[in-house]
Design a protein around this ligand. Structure first.
Ligand code: ADP
Ligand code: MG
Length: 249
């Protein structure tokens, strides 16, 4: 069977249409040889709409506090705008992309992290729907909205979602595309390679802050659960260049 890679498309890249176009073209080439699951967020696009609606918004350790209004805007942006634009971009490259969110067919069940409002943390991945799509050569594009076990909607950090999916599918590779060239050190230079055990000290000494916190935690989690190779790369340089940080067990 073809090897499987999970790619997380950073919401921050939705601001860069040129990079998005290039990425989708490269991904279409990769998908001819490997099975691909694309997971995405949409942070800046959510912020834009929240501002338009005058809805306030705050982050706790890189995770968005999500009240009911923020949740409905997040779902609208993620499952509507961002998901469908990625699907269209892949279709333009002749890839049979299918847009879903993690709630479809209960693909990823979450439990609510009450301190963050309507935010979910993955507890169970039901692989069936995504498996069926992959088997028929469709490329699943997964928006980071899920449900709890009572079908209540929750907002999920897309890095954490990508990690849960990559772990459940035992993906060979998990690649996070973001708007920086991997993990930067205090001098803003890329750390090209880092061992999992050395990551926590970078959070403690505040080298890693904000959105990079859930990202590296997602990396650690997936390495622990059997994903072989985890990368954080600069999305503007594309996915073939793979410029950034590789995190090793
Ligand atoms: P996305 O999830 O869309 O890729 P985020 O904004 O959530 O984007 O996370 C990436 C951001 O993390 C970077 O743009 C940067 O501002 C921030 N960041 C914090 N600490 C670091 C670090 N040590 N190295 C690189 N980026 C960092
Ligand atoms: Mg993020």
């Amino acid at each position: 069977m073809k090897s499987l890679i999970v790619v997380k498309f950073g919401g921050s890249l939705t601001k860069n249409p040129k990079a998005q176009k290039k990425f989708l073209k490269e991904l279409s080439k990769i998908s001819q040889k490997q099975r691909v699951i694309l997971v995405h967020g949409g942070g800046p696009e959510i912020n834009l709409l929240l501002e338009k609606f005058f809805i306030k918004n705050k982050f706790v350790n890189g995770l968005r506090f999500t009240n009911e209004k923020v949740l409905s805007v997040a779902e609208m942006v993620l499952s509507g705008k961002v998901n469908k634009s990625l699907v269209a971009g892949l279709l333009k490259n002749n890839v049979k992309a299918v847009g879903i969110s993690a709630k479809d067919a209960n693909s990823v069940i979450c439990k609510q992290v009450k301190s963050l409002g309507f935010v979910g943390e993955p507890v169970k991945v039901n692989k069936k729907l995504i498996e069926v799509l992959l088997k028929e050569n469709f490329l699943p594009v997964v928006a980071s909205i899920a449900c709890d076990s009572n079908a209540n909607s929750l907002n999920v950090n897309a890095d954490i979602l990508a990690s849960a999916i990559a772990s459940a599918f035992k993906a060979q590779k998990l690649i996070f595309l973001t708007d920086v060239c991997g993990i930067l050190n205090k001098d803003k230079k890329t750390i090209k390679e880092i061992r999992a055990k050395n990551i926590n000290s970078l959070i403690k000494d505040k080298t890693i802050i904000n959105g990079m916190i859930p990202k590296v935690q997602a990396c650690l989690n997936s390495l622990k659960k059997g994903v072989r190779e985890v990368w954080i790369v600069d999305g503007a340089k594309g996915i073939t260049a793979m410029q950034g940080t590789v995190i090793k067990k």
